[in-house]
Design a protein around this ligand. Sequence first.
Ligand SMILES: Cc1cc2nc3c(=O)[nH]c(=O)nc-3n(C[C@H](O)[C@H](O)[C@H](O)COP(=O)(O)OP(=O)(O)OC[C@H]3O[C@@H](n4cnc5c(N)ncnc54)[C@H](O)[C@@H]3O)c2cc1C
Length: 838
Amino acid sequence: MLAFLWLVVVLFGALVLAYRNASGIAWSAAIAAALAIAGGTELLPGWLTLALGAVFVLLAIPMNVPALRRALVSDALLGAFRRSMPPMSQTEREAIEAGTVWWDGELFSGKPDWRKLLGTPRPTLTAEEQHFLDHEVAALCALVTDWETTNVYRDLPPHAWQFLKDKGFFGMIIPKEYGGLGFSGYAHSQVITKLSTRCGTVAVTAMVPNSLGPGELLLHYGTDEQKRHYLPRLAKGLEIPCFALTNPNAGSDAAAIPDYGVVCWGEHEGSRVLGLRVTWDKRYITLGPVATLLGLAFRAYDPQRLVGDKEDLGITCALIPTSHRGVEIGRRHIPLNAVFQNGPNWGRDVFIPMDWVIGGQAMLGKGWRMLMECLAAGRGISLPASNTGMAKLAVRAVGAYARVRQQFKTPIGRFEGVEEALTRMGGNLYLMDAARMLTAAAVDCGEKPAVVSAIAKYHLTERGRQVINDGMDVIGGKGICMGPSNFLGSAYMQHPVAITVEGANILTRSLIIFGQGAIRCHPYVLKEIAATREPDRTKASVDFDAALFGHVRFIVANFARTLVMGLTGSHFVGVPTDVAPQTRRYYQQLTRFSAALAFLADVSMGTLGGALKRKEKLSARLGDILSLLYLCSATLKRFEADGRPQEDAPLMHWAIWDAMFKAQNAFEGVISNFPNRFIAALMRRVVFPLGRPYQVPSDQLGHEVARLLLEPSATRDRLTADMYLSPCADDPVALADRALVAALAAEPVEAKLRTAMRDGRLDAKLPPGAGLDELVTRAQAAGVLTGAEGSALLAARDLTATVIRVDDFSQDLGASEMRLSTPGPSAVASAVVHKVAA
Ligand SMILES: Cc1cc2nc3c(=O)[nH]c(=O)nc-3n(C[C@H](O)[C@H](O)[C@H](O)COP(=O)(O)OP(=O)(O)OC[C@H]3O[C@@H](n4cnc5c(N)ncnc54)[C@H](O)[C@@H]3O)c2cc1C
């Protein structure tokens, strides 16, 4: 019996040591103590104690003496690793090493320090940025409508182009010393979000020069001369930039572009200079058809060894004026009827001087690293912002529509089926905006969060797509018939562009988020890989040994933490004391998922090795878990940063429950498809020792979320904050908003009418053809309604009729009507522009 007790204590002690990631010395001391107790009290037979003691000494000495440990274990493993590691190309390495590790590293640690997240400053705008948002951005929104831009101009209207240039929209990220606006990442994100609530084309046109392209590349890698020449011109809109990477034969696999430049001597402006003879063929290039400055990526070769001793120098980025001889700008693509400028360009044996290479000769071949590093930050701003903007538009307008549109004498938003879609829209938008802001905050803190920005790009575009699809389902035919009064059709049509660009979504989910995350965010894997490449043998041995044994303890710790938290429901996990009490359990459960992810990731990498790269479905699900942990973190952070408003709590709760349920499914997806069934069974026992605990968010919670979309409130305003709300009376979103207010004002009046009819105080039998006007007249005559009440009822009816109206066109589908209705901005827009100019 005592021996059994001893064994229980030993196992419990081992679990505690593992849970706490104890050092080798602590393990050794604990084992020595356990053996001493067993020997001293004769709990175990003497021979067994002696045998265990001998094994312990044989293992403990080498394990605690690093030099011995290296000689006996690590060096042999290092050799085996070196031989078995799949070769990694330079481009692969540069992609993996690009950017920084931030909160994603904590989520991968199995033990996230929530204080770090909560301590991240909430992004704010300076007074100047806020002024720009309230005035210049609002004025630009007033200058355009999606319908007119798309169907009348087939481009941004000329006055909008001019406004963009004059007001510095193309230089938001360019510092003031170069004449730019010098905005933060958050301000950039706010601008794009607001523009996207109005018109996709204007948002993309403003976004591209501020994203990965000439401006960003020059800022980080340009020579002083290049910066002095180009940045002020870009900031003032004197140059329109584009960036051309994609080739017809290399889209997702952009590092494989066949476009090339050969180092050679040539003629430039009357002088013989060193340069490159470049040949390229690019397509899909945004702003390409109107660009004056072409950022071009190609692979540089130096067969004559004019700049060094290598022939293949690698991917290189250069800036070429589109007026340069040999640059061919093609015609326009029409990307899903979006009319932002986009098209092909090409050139054959075009000579460019060396100082057109961004960063000059020294940066030949460094283009891939430059692109990956800039992408690491940029991907986290533009597309998350534009998708959140579109989702805001959908939530505000569709919520209002669902309240005023009645079927079966009931607002459609009150039917449970519609409510389900509205719930998803509200919950997803809350989470999207939270992730958009947190990612922008990271960029403004100086991070280049490569993995986080891939997560933000993928998940915010996917959730944006879900919100828009749900919105389209809710508004039925109203969303399908195109015309100026359709507020969602364009976003629905054009949304796939966001899915495809800056890393197409399937590739981003399957290959990048976990593929890069597992290596970058893991506390030891990158160190192990670096050690295998270290030429100094002693340093390699020391580094590898430290990383390997740290890694082993990390796996053991995460195994123990996952199991213990699974068995205890993570009730005993420490949480910062100052978080909202209703969210405490979420922090505990997310800590549990973090440990389980770290454990599963290590088991997957350890058992599948390089094959995991090809097991994209497993990799995608592991990436989903990491992503969902990030999205939940952002949601919790937002709830705190907003001051924990109780009215918003349903949105927060729904977003977290939905994400945790999805994360649980992703765990299940990995486990049930794991190739090694024995390991799969083991993983299931460790990750879900008492079964799967999370359920879908309850219908009651969903009902509370949907309700928030169906009436004006501070929560609805916070959810759609910084959306452009047009002062124009015929703007479809403004109309829906007004109709919503009118419908709510009319509801008690309708109830009064119903009661009066039921009580027989009002004769509801109307002659054929008579409608609400007649009923109101009768009700007023009978003293059932006041004049104001009658007017409220009729106003609600009229506004609703306008909102549910769809556009129609002549037999030629309006081709003859598609002419400019006004030569310039409308009257309201003129007034706003005038005010801003003043
Ligand atoms: C409107 C628009 C604007 C653009 N603007 C620019 C621009 O300004 N500059 C520029 O250089 N480029 C631009 N692009 C190009 C864009 O970046 C590419 O379209 C994108 O890289 C995908 O390439 P692809 O279209 O050739 O698709 P493909 O590479 O052929 O991919 C097709 C599908 O296969 C998937 N896939 C590919 N490889 C894998 C893999 N290993 N694992 C899993 N799935 C995979 C992709 O996710 C995608 O779903 C633009 C494209 C569009 C449509």
